[in-house]
Design a protein around this ligand. Structure first.
Ligand code: ME8
Length: 658
């Protein structure tokens, strides 16, 4: 019989920086699902990759002084890069696609042309607000107080010739797909999509740009590059060989399941199916939008500097413990707060206490009382006690419950079920008290052997179901408990007795050692600081020299020493801080500064800074700013770093800099 086929994908990540625990979360989850389907005996194709084009990467490469391809090569293939991270995390992907791969480029050009030929892509004019210094187009709603959201400068109306995809044509079919099928999950995301994007009316989508060049050229109009989403979304089919000769797997594997983070559900549940409808191809079986891992209540981002490093965590606690923590702690469809404390707590409670103890106690007792081999006949017991029956039924019912949860993309629930059985088994040890039985081996030896067999069998069933989550640790568990290959299969997880009665049991090293919370937290902090220090600037950049100004013009700038009386974050702005300053005039001066990503407001109160005070007032987020604080800015590891100019507190407010 032909095996069932299962195709699953992660998003393709932007290699604009090192990946963090958020990307790791999604990839581990997808890996767990892929391994679960393999365990069931299905044939699985698991795809991940990188999304390498676009303005952001072009800009970052320019800052680093290398070509965009050199830049992404380093992040994807270089030491500590994307490929290394997935190897470390034991990710079992069958394929890895890079959107700069020739075959993908070729396919995207053909896809674009097919949609153009069938009338779904047409040439029009893209109108937007353009920020010249940033070379970026913005929509009206993205502006902050009418200004560029990145640099706060004036924007101007501008237009460029562009190609558009007739997304509007597919609005009804997409609505139907979302509302009347199980295409998008969790269900709550459906309402979000319909209310926010379909109800207000779908507009045609701009799918080419002429304002940057790091992208796939439109082959019949080379001044244009394909704008990111058509390029990126196509990866799920080009990686199977769609419109290219590299692979021949499209017919066999498509459609598949796309796992994505909630912020890109919109692209995957509206644009992606509409593109496939235009191409006349089958739609994905499912798009699942998982939640975010938050740090300190906010989304992790490199520019905020609040990212958790999967390398450090895996090295410290072990890859499987980290994989387990991510899947056990955060319900897959919702957001969750990541913290090192929570990670250590989970390792100690679930892995060291519950699972680790069960395995070490059971194997140790089998060794101590029976020399590592239970006697033949120990699996049967003429009149089972209630605790025997309860344990056995809990273990036998587990696979069904687990299967339901895994099929519903709820790995956290599947794990909760497994751990309930593990806890039941630990309770069974207390109830059956093997150490008491051992006091009279002649009378109680057979009963003791039966108790231990029940424990080993329960452990085996749990171990099989934990394999997709912790593949290496479960190998180790099977080795210690003597489980042969036939006892590690999906079928055997619903059978009692797959462990041979006389299997060789040998207590090994603790599967999951307990972690000393305080010590580990301290070490993590030190490791993070060391990693930061060790991270060399990517590539030094030549200091840029600017145009000369005459002396009189320079003298017109009035730089003064100011003291920070108060400082707070401006509501609804991610960047702006509001300063109340003493400038020596006796009247408070208010200055707004977009530096929140580098400074927390409370740390600046009382500081002595420098401001230029004769700039015309400017409004930002409805507040007036009178002047500008002076900072030193440079680029470190491809990222902008900023330091406010701070002076000796002995210098009085109002002192003039000249
Ligand atoms: O959006 N918590 O790439 P990207 C949980 N190239 N998951 C997180 C996360 C967090 N804090 N941060 C990132 C892109 N992720 C596009 C995708 S697909 C055709 C193109 C995960 O590098 C999550 O899965 O910004 C999210 O959707 C993905 O990384 C975004 O990665």
């Amino acid at each position: 019989m032909e095996k069932k086929k299962f195709y699953i994908t992660t998003p393709i990540y932007y290699p604009s920086d090192k990946l963090h625990i958020g990307h790791t979360y999604c990839t581990v989850a997808t890996d767990t699902l892929a391994r679960y389907h393999r365990l069931r005996g299905e044939e699985v194709m698991f795809l991940t990759g990188t999304d390498e084009h676009g303005q952001k990467i072009e800009d970052k490469a320019r800052e680093a002084g290398v070509t965009p391809k050199e830049f992404v090569d380093r992040i994807v293939e270089g030491p500590g890069g994307v490929l290394d991270l997935w190897k470390l995390m034991n990710i079992s992907n069958d394929r890895f696609i890079r959107t700069t791969d020739d075959y993908h480029v070729q396919s995207v050009q053909k896809i674009f042309r097919r949609m153009y030929d069938n009338g779904d892509i047409y040439k029009g004019t893209y109108r937007g607000k353009y920020c010249k210094p940033c070379e970026s187009f913005w929509t009206e709603s993205q502006l902050v107080d009418g200004k560029c959201p990145d640099c706060g400068r004036e924007v101007q109306d501008a237009e460029e010739e562009a190609y558009f995809f007739r997304l509007s044509k597919y609005a009804d079919r997409v609505r139907d797909l979302l509302e009347n099928t199980g295409f998008l999950e969790p269900r709550s995301r459906v309402n979000e999509m319909v209310k926010n994007f379909i109800d207000p009316g779908l507009e045609d989508l701009c799918v080419s740009r002429t304002s940057f060049s790091w992208g796939i050229p439109v082959d019949f109009d080379p001044g244009h590059v394909v704008y990111v989403w058509v390029d990126a979304l196509s990866n799920y089919i080009t990686a199977l060989g769609y419109e290219n000769g590299r692979y021949n797997d499209y017919q066999d594997w498509w459609p598949g399941v796309n796992i994505v983070g909630k912020e890109i559900v919109r692209f995957h549940s509206i644009i992606w199916p509409a593109m496939l409808m235009s191409l006349g191809e089958p739609l994905p079986k499912k798009v699942f939008g998982h939640g975010w891992l938050l740090l300190d209540g906010g989304k992790m981002s490199k520019s905020k500097g609040n990212v958790a490093d999967p390398y450090i965590l895996a090295e410290k606690f072990g890859v499987d413990a980290l994989r387990f923590f991510l899947m056990r702690t955060f319900p897959f469809g919702s957001d969750g707060n990541f913290s090192n404390e929570l990670l250590i707590q989970t390792i100690n409670t679930d892995l060291a206490n519950d699972l680790g103890n069960l395995v070490s106690r059971t194997t140790a007792m089998t060794g101590k009382y029976f020399g590592g081999h239970l006697p033949a006949g120990c699996a049967a017991w003429a009149s089972p006690e209630p605790c025997d029956t309860e344990l056995r039924s809990a273990a036998l019912a587990l696979r069904d419950a687990y299967e339901k949860s895994m099929e519903a993309f709820a790995p956290h629930t599947a794990l909760a079920d497994v751990f309930r059985v593990i806890q039941r088994a630990n309770k069974y040890i207390d109830e059956s008290a093997p150490w008491k039985l051992s006091r009279d081996m002649e009378a109680n030896g057979p009963r003791l052997a039966h108790v231990l067999y029940n424990l080993l069998e329960t452990t085996r069933i749990c171990g099989v179901l934990l394999t997709p989550f912790m593949p290496d640790a479960m190998e180790n568990l099977f080795a210690q408990t003597g489980v042969p290959a036939e006892g590690r299969t999906w079928e055997s997880a619903a059978q009692w007795g797959a462990l041979p009665e006389t299997a060789a049991v040998a207590k090994g090293e603790n599967l999951f050692p307990r972690v000393d919370m305080d010590k580990a937290l301290e070490e993590l902090e030190a490791a993070a600081a060391a990693a930061k220090k060790a991270a060399m600037p990517a590539i030094e950049i030549e200091p840029q020299l600017t145009e000369k100004v005459d002396f009189d013009t320079f003298c017109k700038s009035d730089f003064r020493v100011v003291k920070v009386k108060a400082c707070d974050a401006v509501k609804k702005s991610a960047k702006l801080l509001r300063f109340t300053l003493d400038d020596g005039t006796g009247v408070d001066r208010q200055i707004l500064s977009g530096i929140h990503q580098w400074y927390e407001p409370e740390t600046l109160v009382g500081k002595t800074l420098v401001a230029i005070v004769n700039l015309p007032p400017r409004k930002m987020m409805g507040l007036e700013s009178n002047g500008m604080l002076i900072s030193a800015v440079h680029t470190e590891k491809g990222e902008e770093a900023l330091h406010l100019l701070m002076l000796d507190d002995a210098i009085p407010a109002g002192a003039k800099l000249c």
